[in-house]
Design a protein. Structure first.
Length: 607
């Protein structure tokens, strides 16, 4: 049965540098982990919220701008529709009257109206008022004319036409005397372009209109901020699919687009409610120069035009990026403060631990010294008896020499007898010296210096010290130690203390009954196992669990201190070894000591 006691804690060398690093790392992790987690979640939520807010803000601007453009176009269409309703056909055919109406419109609405014209069903402009020579112009083959005659009202795309300048036309159709007429007005391109570009989007934003053929209906954006033309065309399909999905109750979904042989997955987000008045959507795209743009678009003119507002992502999220940078700097300063505080705190803690360990080591040495002195006291009687024998012989031989001197050395040939007596005195004196030397060697307080220890020699010395005690207790000491038993790295005095305490306890247990003690040893891989087995009365199982506790003893008062086995436990554990005990009442006790052959094992960092 293996027994260990936490109260038998051993003094050991602690790697304080590694311990300080461990403590610092633990404090930093425990302190930084919640901060980083909270900061990460907060920044993620803030980033998501800010992203939604930026897109929503741009969507709101585009929606309002689209309403302004729609209002501008519908008002211009209503203006000429009103004139067509209140004026007679004969009046409109009069160029002077038409000129008056043009001036009236220009006074009311500025120079948004460039000219007015009345066109018959054959495409001939029968009346014209404006700055160009277009009286009698023939529009029968013009695409805008053919499209306008199929509708009651019409707004054309921007084109050059006969005047070779960009412009577009608003027209209404009327019937008089069973003949169909087309009353049209030309809208100033510059005025319309100024209206579209009035949308302000940071430093890199721009707004423009595109038709389904990819032709710009206003001034195009700068080349360095322009997307690929195909990317602009895909906006029509992307927007229609996203709006259709939203109107059907489904969520916006990533749309796959194949652009010039590459597959690009884009997230289209509907910013309005998907209705005809709220059909605004956003998407992020990468321009030809690698710049990332937020593109917000809304359909115009029955989905024939697309109002596009685009802004570089870095510009749109500039405030967010500054906030994240500031938060990152604050977090970095906080992390540096935590690391510095953890390092200082762990340093102080390790210094305190080192001081406590030093005091504990000193106390352990004092305990070992106390146990050693107690053992010396218990050995004193036996040692005195052992010394008494050679001293008695020396006294007897000295008396014999004195008698020979009285008789005369020359008489009777006593010279050789004197020499024999002196040799006997010398031998017995040497024997006394060896006995006292062993006792002093054991009792002398020495430093616990680690060195090569021959256990055969060391155990022999301890057994010699206990020989008198074992003789009186009628206990026979037996050995089964290989002569080539390897040396170990240990303190001689500490190992003496270990074997002295174990053997001394065994002799005390058998002083009334006698018996034998068997000491065996063998190597097991990188360890050396020693077993001290006695044939004594054994130890009750109830006491085995407390055997290594300090001050626990079953001996009578004054017979033992209860520190011996606790000291043994601490010494063996300090060396990186193990000590355990097996015992049965009536059959004896066996102590097993396992020691590393390569010296004391340093404890792992953090222990």
């Amino acid at each position: 049965m293996t027994t260990e006691s936490p109260s038998g804690a051993e003094p050991r060398s602690v790697p304080y540098g590694g311990l300080r690093s461990k403590i610092t790392i633990v404090i930093v992790i425990v302190s930084l982990a919640p901060m980083l987690l909270v900061s990460g979640v907060t920044l993620f939520q803030f980033d998501s919220f800010a992203n939604e807010m930026v897109h929503a803000h741009l969507g709101e601007l585009v929606l309002k701008h689209r309403q302004n453009i729609d209002r501008f176009l519908s008002e211009r269409l209503n203006d000429i529709g009103y004139l067509a309703r209140i004026d007679d056909l004969d009046q409109l055919q009069d160029a002077d009257f038409l000129g008056q109406r043009l001036r009236l419109l220009q006074e009311e609405y500025g120079f948004a109206f460039v000219d007015l014209g009345l066109i018959d069903e054959n495409g001939l402009q029968v009346s014209y008022a404006g700055p160009f020579e277009l009286q009698g112009a023939d529009y029968r083959d013009s695409e805008w004319f053919q499209e306008a005659f199929r509708r009651d009202s019409y707004i054309s795309d921007v084109f050059l036409g006969l005047r070779d300048q960009p412009h577009f036309i608003v027209a209404v159709k009327g019937t008089l005397d069973e003949r169909e007429w087309l009353f049209k007005a030309t809208i100033d391109f510059a005025a319309f372009n100024t209206l579209v570009e009035s949308l302000t989007l940071g430093q890199t934003g721009s707004a423009f209109i595109l038709n389904r053929q990819g032709a710009f209906q206003t001034r195009p954006p700068r080349q360095d901020t322009r997307l690929d033309q195909q990317q602009y065309l895909t906006l029509f399909q992307s927007g229609e699919e996203a709006l259709l999905s939203t109107r059907g109750g489904g969520p916006s979904a990533p749309l796959d687009r194949s652009l010039e042989g590459t597959k690009e997955t884009e997230e289209v987000t509907v910013l309005g409610d998907g209705s005809s008045t709220g059909s605004v959507f956003s998407i992020e795209k990468t321009g030809s120069l690698g710049r990332r743009f937020i593109v917000v678009a809304a359909f115009l003119k029955d989905s024939d035009w697309l109002l596009i507002a685009q802004q570089e992502s870095s510009d749109a999220f500039a405030q967010l990026n500054r906030a994240e940078l500031l938060a990152g700097l604050i977090s970095l300063l906080g992390a540096i403060g935590i690391v510095v505080a953890a390092s200082v705190f762990s340093g102080r803690m390790v210094n305190l631990i080192a001081t406590l360990d030093s005091e504990k080591e000193l106390m352990n040495l004092q305990v070992i010294e106390t146990g050693k002195l107690a053992s010396v006291g218990e050995l004193a009687a036996g040692i005195a008896h052992e010394i008494n024998n050679p001293v008695a012989i020396m006294v007897e031989e000295a008396g014999w020499i004195h008698d020979l001197l009285d008789e005369g050395i020359e008489d009777g040939g006593h010279v050789e007898e004197v020499r024999r007596a002196l040799r006997q005195v010398e031998d017995q004196g040497r024997r006394c010296k060896e006995i006292t030397h062993k006792l002093l060697s054991f009792a002398r307080r020495t430093e616990s210096r680690v060195q090569d220890v021959d256990l055969n020699e060391l155990i022999g010395e301890v057994v010699d010290l206990l020989s008198q005690k074992s003789h009186f207790a009628n206990v026979e000491m037996k050995f089964d130690l290989p002569p080539n038993l390897p040396t170990i790295q240990a303190s001689v005095t500490e190992m003496q203390q270990v074997f002295m305490n174990i053997l001394h306890n065994a002799l005390d247990a058998m002083e009334k009954t006698g018996g034998e003690i068997l000491i065996t040893g063998r190597t097991e891989g990188e360890h050396l196992r020693l077993c001290i087995e006695d044939s004594g009365p054994g130890i009750p199982e109830s006491n085995l669990g407390r055997l290594f506790d300090p001050f626990f003893t079953t001996k009578p008062v004054g017979k033992g201190t209860g520190l011996g086995l606790s000291i043994c436990y601490g010494i063996i554990k300090k060396m990186g070894g193990e000590i355990d005990v097996e015992s049965q009442v009536g059959r004896g006790t066996a102590f097993h000591v396992v020691l590393p052959l390569d010296g004391p094992t340093a404890p792992s960092e953090g222990e």
